[in-house]
Write a protein that binds this ligand. Structure first.
Ligand code: FPP
Length: 259
């Protein structure tokens, strides 16, 4: 529990009795394929419906006082899907930014696209760069799309960057700290997610934000991503508020009990 006058961390109740909303929510947008299959539709239409769900959640999150939202759009492992599906997935950021970037820009949303740009078409790289450039001065809400992203690759890239600094004489091996390493990740500068949500019933991380997930709470929901709505996000937050976040410590009452 927060001591009087302490700012409550996400999930804790402040002096007003209100649970503090998570600063950063991350979502594995899963279940597009099953959603389509249940309707006898091609998987591609499931992904398109997934973009509509993303739009709903980007609109809902700031209203729930969430400040950072990171969504998993394409993993480094998704390249192994059939070529036609990969092509559809590659078209999603364009589909999203073409309709929504102007509004995001106007509403003060800062957009980031993390993950490797290698292997992406020139057009797609241009769209992602443009979304970042046009919103660079915004800070009302932070939307990060993880695309061609893998948590392991992110960690390896950060290690490589630090090794390059050492080789260039700009750092000593002993200079590495958790904070410095975190700053070298693609999410450098962002707070770690307080909660990671995965709809669709699957209960795994799938190489998403491995480092950043160290003290995240996990909420798994039995809904397919294209059906995901503000109501599901609220339910995920309600579940998050029931969690007792200890960060490896003990709560004050238990410490007294153990003497
Ligand atoms: C996993 O569902 C979902 C994906 C691989 C793609 C997620 C992308 C979106 C929801 C739209 C993203 C929009 C942008 C702007 C990037 P799945 O296909 O594995 O579903 P399944 O497990 O039911 O087969």
């Amino acid at each position: 529990m927060a001591a009087p006058n302490d700012t409550p961390t996400a999930g804790e109740r402040g002096q007003d009795g209100q649970a503090h909303p998570p600063l950063h929510v991350a979502i594995v947008m899963d279940g597009n394929g099953r959603w389509a299959k249940r309707r006898g539709l091609p998987r591609t239409l499931g992904h398109r419906a997934g973009v509509e769900a993303l739009k709903r959640i980007v609109e809902a999150a700031p209203k729930l006082n969430i400040k950072w939202l990171t969504v998993f759009g394409f993993s480094t492992e998704n390249w192994s899907r059939p070529a036609a599906e990969v092509a559809e997935l590659m078209a999603l950021p364009k589909r999203y930014f073409e309709t929504d970037l102007a509004r995001l820009e106007r509403e003060g949303v800062r957009v980031g696209v993390i993950g490797s740009r290698q292997g992406l078409s020139r057009d797609l790289v241009k769209i992602c760069d443009e979304a970042e450039r046009r919103t660079v001065g915004n800070d009302a809400f932070f939307l990060t799309v993880a695309f061609n992203y893998g948590g392991k690759a992110d960690i390896v890239d950060a290690a490589r960057r630090f090794a390059e600094d050492v080789a260039a004489g700009q750092a000593e091996p002993g200079d590495i700290t958790e904070a410095r390493f975190a700053s070298l990740l693609s999410t450098g500068g962002a707070p770690d997610p307080d909660v990671i949500i995965r709809p669709s019933g699957e209960q795994r991380l799938s190489n998403f934000m491995l480092w950043q997930a160290a003290y995240a709470e996990f909420v798994f929901q039995d809904v397919l991503w294209p059906d995901y709505s503000a109501h599901h996000l609220e339910a995920a937050l309600a579940e998050f508020y029931t969690r007792n976040r200890r960060y490896g410590a003990v709560v004050a009452d238990d410490a007294l009990a153990t003497g």
